[in-house]
Design a binder for this molecule. Structure first.
Ligand SMILES: O=C[C@H](O)[C@@H](O)CC(=O)C(=O)O
Ligand SMILES: [Zn+2]
Length: 279
């Protein structure tokens, strides 16, 4: 299996990146292709960012000698799985977990086999994967979107009315360092995470979806006083290094999955950026 590898840059180096270099280093363009598991290994937080789109044949999560090194992918890692497509099943060491649209699954360290399947190849499941290194084995747990911890946020006056669903979160699931959830914008609202923030102690990945083919999200990254933008289409992810803001404005409403790893699992531990400091 081929894994696309991304390296780490100092913010002063990233400052000089043109559009192509920003995209090559921070945008994960290919995640969901029928019949494939596509993985990107980032040296930021040692995230593995992936998509599994099983068609008629189930797909197995394979390890990789050069990056993961262990015989099984999850020997020293934990994994979050979010289904953003049709109904499907994730089998964890032979135990099948059916996941509907927007349901999530936490898969612990020490799992030997993960297999992805779609109920209907004509309406395939699209499993978004985010994995971080782990030190302990906790319980496998399904988190249905209906069971998520909901946080309404924002306002139509500022075009950022949205609902945050905390799913792989200390109040819902025990994990080592992975914290994940979903944010859905209300119709007519376009801004996420503005006012924006940084958290040097954690890195983050955003996966944007629920966007029609002709819609885009203008994702903002960079240090608060040195911002850059990356234009993102449906089913693409952006890596946010520890020094970067992560915010976005869509050409219409959308949904995204945020996922973090790092030094703490405190969702509320953010350093808010005063508007006057943004450049
Ligand atoms: O550190 C937390 C993350 O950046 C996101 O959860 C923010 C977010 O979903 C939002 O404001 O819409
Ligand atoms: Zn954040």
């Amino acid at each position: 299996m081929m894994i696309d590898v991304r390296h780490v840059h100092h913010q002063d180096a990233a400052k000089g990146f043109d559009t192509a270099a920003l995209r090559r280093n921070y945008l994960v363009e290919r995640l969901f292709e029928p019949g494939k598991v596509l993985l990107t290994y980032s040296h930021v937080e040692r995230f593995v960012i992936g998509g599994a789109t099983p068609a008629s044949v189930p797909l197995k999560l394979e390890s990789d000698k050069a990056t993961i090194g262990s015989p099984n992918f999850l020997d020293r890692r934990e994994l979050g799985v979010f289904n953003i497509g049709g109904a499907g099943t994730v089998s964890v060491d032979g135990v099948a977990h059916p996941l509907g649209h927007r349901d999530a699954l936490y898969v612990p360290m020490g799992t030997r086999e993960v297999v992805f399947a779609s109920d209907d190849p004509d309406a395939p499941a699209r499993f978004y994967l985010l994995s971080t290194p782990a030190h302990a084995r906790y319980e496998t747990k399904v988190v249905r979107i209906a069971e998520a911890k909901r946080m309404p946020l924002g306002d139509t006056a500022t075009a950022n009315k949205r609902t945050i669903y905390q799913m792989i979160h200390p109040d819902v699931v025990t994990s080592c360092q992975l914290v994940m959830g979903m944010t859905q914008l209300d119709e007519g609202n376009v801004w996420n995470t503005m006012p924006c923030h940084v958290h040097d102690r954690r890195s983050e990945v955003y996966l944007y979806f629920d966007l029609p083919a002709d819609a885009r999200v203008i994702h903002l990254m960079g240090e608060p006083d040195e911002t850059r933008h990356v234009v993102v289409a449906d089913g693409q992810a952006v890596i946010s290094p520890p020094w970067s803001i992560h915010s976005g404005c869509g050409t219409r409403a959308y949904t995204f999955i945020w996922g973090m790893g790092g030094d703490n699992i405190d969702y509320t531990d953010m350093d808010m950026v005063p508007m006057g400091e943004l450049k």
